[in-house]
Design a protein around this ligand. Structure first.
Ligand code: ATP
Ligand code: MG
Ligand code: MG
Length: 387
């Protein structure tokens, strides 16, 4: 079988390698952390992402190259494109690395984004706040994740401190109008090099402290919203000529409008539910797309709630695994009320657990999403996560 090189060795690369090896592919990851989550299930070159010598070696050893994060150094991306086959190309990366370029691409595809302004100075920020109103969200244009690199400005007094804090990153800044959403949704689209497009069912996402806590599928919104969200994601993937996965995060407002928040050109945390709940997982779909195989069936086979396992939840989740406690609950044995829930645990094998660090996730397959939500309440592991 062919060898797929992955830039990055985190959990996304790991799950990609696990899914892709079932299709007969071999994997080699490039990551600076020895025994990375991906390196534990595939080969690994231990080197920094910007290391050109290591990138050349990856190009030599892999037939196809993909990535599991978007902040790939532009020079390295170009080098890999020259020396190997990078079906996703470097343009998709270039666009999604920068919030302004990304917003323009989303608008060009005919989708709505929150009104925004490019910010180059504190004066420009004051002017933009006058124009867009408060609250507004100031974000670094590059490099942010899990809410790092952003500040929700609620009063004029915060303009100075917010600018001082975020401008320290040394990147451009973007100010966005705060969208008073009723729900956050995401859709993962897949597109193959010859233009076949497929979308996964819409996920309803609940964040706590800006970190994804739950994905609920089917999303509890009207059918018309589901269809529109899927249509938007497909249109953006088409318009950008994306190859592989493109995750589209959206806000739904009270009057039923959808605003695109941001994109990710890779498997996405809000798509982890697909692993057991869909006929094809997002990871298999990504491998299929970048290898130019026919795309798999994305159909949902069961309602599901995905809950993230952060550092502070890890011990309790491991305990549930080794004692088989959840097995009994799933059978209704531990609780007379009975849970019609099958918990599927995925731990990433990261060395070094820390609060707020993503260490795994659990897919709760259920008869109805409310059963999954009740199960989470009942286990107490996530009780401090007010959702
Ligand atoms: P991720 O970990 O998803 O990459 P990120 O750090 O890139 O996150 P965003 O997705 O832009 O950040 O924002 C994080 C969260 O902050 C959003 O999921 C949403 O809850 C809230 N948020 C961001 N922008 C806005 C906005 N314009 N209006 C309202 N809420 C917002
Ligand atoms: Mg982001
Ligand atoms: Mg986000």
């Amino acid at each position: 079988g062919a060898t797929i090189g992955v830039l990055g060795g985190g959990q996304l690369g790991r799950m990609m390698a696990l899914a892709g090896s079932n299709l007969g592919y071999r994997f080699i990851a490039l990551d600076p952390t020895p025994e990375s989550p991906c390196g534990q299930v595939a080969e690994q070159i231990v080197a920094g992402y910007g290391d050109k010598e290591a990138a050349r070696e990856l190009a030599k050893r892999a037939d196809v190259i993909t990535y599991e994060f978007e902040n790939v150094d532009a020079e390295v991306a170009a080098l890999l494109e020259q020396q190997s086959y990078v079906p996703q190309g470097s343009r998709l990366l270039y666009t999604t690395q920068h919030r302004l370029r990304e917003k323009r691409a989303v608008e060009a595809a005919g989708a709505r984004v929150a009104p925004y302004a490019e910010i180059g100075s504190e004066e420009e920020l004051r002017e933009a706040v006058r124009r867009l109103g408060l609250p507004a969200v100031l974000k670094t244009a590059t490099g942010g994740y899990d809410g790092k690199g952003q500040w929700v400005i609620r009063s004029d007094e915060e303009i100075g401190p917010a600018y001082a804090e975020l401008s320290r990153a040394g990147t451009e800044l973007v100010l966005e109008q705060f969208i008073p959403f009723v729900k956050e949704l995401s859709v993962i689209a897949a597109r193959s090099p010859h233009g076949e497009i497929s979308t996964f069912p819409v996920a309803e996402n609940i964040h706590v402290d800006n970190i994804l806590h739950l994905s609920i599928v089917p999303a509890r919104v009207q059918e018309t919203v589901l269809r529109e969200a899927e249509r938007l994601a497909a249109r953006i993937a088409e318009s950008m000529e994306a190859v592989g996965l493109l995750a589209v995060e959206m806000f739904l407002t009270e009057n039923g409008e959808l605003f695109v928040n941001e994109l990710a050109p890779r498997p996405h945390n809000s798509g982890h539910y697909t692993m057991e709940a869909c006929a094809t997982s997002q990871f298999e779909q990504h491998v299929r797309a970048v290898c130019n195989l026919p795309l798999g069936d994305p159909a949902l086979r069961t309602p599901v709630v995905m809950v993230n396992v952060l550092g502070e939840h890890l011990d309790a989740v491991k305990e549930a695994v080794v004692t088989g406690r959840w097995g009994a609950e799933a059978e209704g044995g531990a609780d007379p009320a009975g849970f019609r829930v099958i918990p599927k645990v995925h731990l990433y094998g990261k060395n070094g657990s820390a609060p707020k660090r993503k260490m795994g996730h659990v897919n709760l397959l259920c008869g109805d999403v409310q059963d999954g939500l009740d199960f989470i309440q009942q286990t107490n592991i996530w009780r401090n996560q007010n959702s």
